[in-house]
Design a protein around this ligand. Structure first.
Ligand code: ATP
Ligand code: MG
Length: 294
């Protein structure tokens, strides 16, 4: 009852949470690097940013930033830890939530566990403006729920032909298997803006021909060694090398995210996202198999 009243109050106040999943068709395209810098650029615009991290170990957001997670979402699911206890404090005050194996177990949750997880997100003491999700790469069915439950889906692609083909394969799976229509694209590791646009045209050309989807080109990020150096320092390039072209690109990308239309009504609430995440996990678990590649 109290939760509902709180939800209603937030709805009426006009506050909303933007939930953005970053996904990629294949590993190593720079998704985590893009996510950390986009998160930092949004934080510098005054947003409270939460990162939900589906990866574990060295390649996770926490691992990349040199943070050590002791707990993850599965502890919250089991009621052993609160969400606050699981959260790590990243650069620029970014809250990092390691999902661990938590997301994969959502489909099997009982009604009570589901309710307590949804409540954990609904009753978070800190305000959250943006949630960025680092979704596991690939088209295996268990990675889909985070992409499907998000309000906005950003695919990170790099100029390698295999990355473009796999990005298209992921778009196809999400579109044909799950009716997702709208995708944003960021092209990473480009030699210049022309290469970014060429990569986007390439992916969009195939998608336009064979699928009913809307692809939005958000922009590109240059290949720049400073991106790696910054994360090795546990920082973002936006913070450590603000004058770098890559840092400017991330500030532009963050401004773009800020200008997206707000999610309508209940969609802008964290607990609605969690509810949807649980539902899509169940749907994906029931799915006999994801449609094949091109
Ligand atoms: N634009 C860039 N310029 C130079 N180096 C980059 C760039 N983007 C990413 N990198 C580097 O490439 C490596 C892989 O990046 P990252 O870990 O972000 O990729 P990922 O897509 O998240 O990989 P995974 O699929 O393993 O999670 C890292 O060492 C990172 O510093
Ligand atoms: Mg990664």
């Amino acid at each position: 009852m109290q939760d509902q009243a709180e939800g209603l109050r937030r709805l009426l106040s006009g506050a909303f949470v933007r939930i953005v999943t970053l996904a990629s068709g294949r590993r190593g395209v720079g998704k985590t690097t893009v996510l950390i810098n986009l998160a930092a650029a949004l934080a510098k615009r005054g947003k409270q940013v939460m990162v939900l991290d589906e990866h574990q170990g060295a390649h996770s957001v926490a691992g990349t930033l040199g943070l050590t997670p002791y707990f993850d979402l599965s502890h919250v699911v089991r009621g052993e830890r609160t969400l606050e206890q699981v959260m790590l404090s990243g650069p620029e005050g970014i809250m990092v939530v390691p999902a661990g194996s938590g997301v994969q177990s959502l489909a099997a949750l009982g009604a009570e566990e589901q309710a307590s997880l949804v409540r954990a997100f609904g009753q978070l003491s800190q305000p959250v403006d943006v949630v960025l999700v680092d979704a596991a790469a690939g088209v295996a069915s268990h990675v889909l729920p985070l992409s499907l439950a998000a309000q906005e889906l950003v695919l990170v692609v790099d100029p390698q032909p295999a990355s473009m083909t796999d990005a298209y394969a992921l778009i196809k799976v999400l579109n044909q298997g799950f009716a997702r229509r709208s995708f944003h694209i960021i092209v990473n590791r480009v030699s210049g803006p022309e290469e970014g646009e060429a990569v986007f045209r390439n992916v969009a050309g195939v998608a336009d021909r064979f699928l009913k989807v809307t692809l939005d080109y958000m922009g590109c990020v240059p290949r720049d060694e400073k991106l790696r150096r910054a994360t090795q320092l546990g920082r973002s390039a936006v913070d450590a090398f603000p004058a770098a072209t890559a840092a400017q690109m991330f500030r532009d990308l963050a401004e773009e995210v800020d200008q997206w239309p707000p999610p309508g009504g209940e969609e802008g609430q964290l607990e609605i996202f969690m509810q949807r995440l649980i539902q899509t996990s169940r749907a994906a678990a029931l799915e006999p198999g994801v449609p094949g590649r091109i």
